[in-house]
Design a protein around this ligand. Sequence first.
Ligand code: TYD
Length: 150
Amino acid sequence: MKAPQQTSVSDASLIHLKKIHTDEGNLVVCSEPDGLPFQPRRVYYLYDIPAGESRGGHGHKKLQQLIIAISGSFKIQLKDGIESRTEFLNNPAIGLLLPPGLWREITDFSGGSTCFVLASAEYDPSDYIRTYSEFEAFKLGQNSSTKLVQ
Ligand code: TYD
């Protein structure tokens, strides 16, 4: 896996999860043998997001996450300091896999939407990069004068 300073928005990937469809409905499996590239250590979800609110607005130094719109829809904007990329999630059988070292902002939550997150590690406040300027410094390894795009 790339170092978190080296990851780019193109390293995020949409994963088609294993979906078991029957006449009684659908079941989706998220597990390592079925294509999840890490063992989940934590699950959390966002719901009842007021209209117009955004979530995220941070990066992670080590954490990997798989983000799924298990109901409704939302947008995820990713930045790596050079490029940005926006994905629209609205399918409970598709997850967006985020390596560490990406800035993310989650917006445009539809009413009744739920953002379900599988995380590779326990909650650790010290893994967060909370400001974009800190994120830029992190991506530059702290000591380059190269200007990154906002
Ligand atoms: P945060 O990760 O900033 O939420 P978001 O990225 O969705 O905007 O977390 C919001 C609050 O919840 C913050 O006070 C930390 C707390 N929190 C936990 O206590 N445990 C967790 O596993 C997570 C994800 C957040």
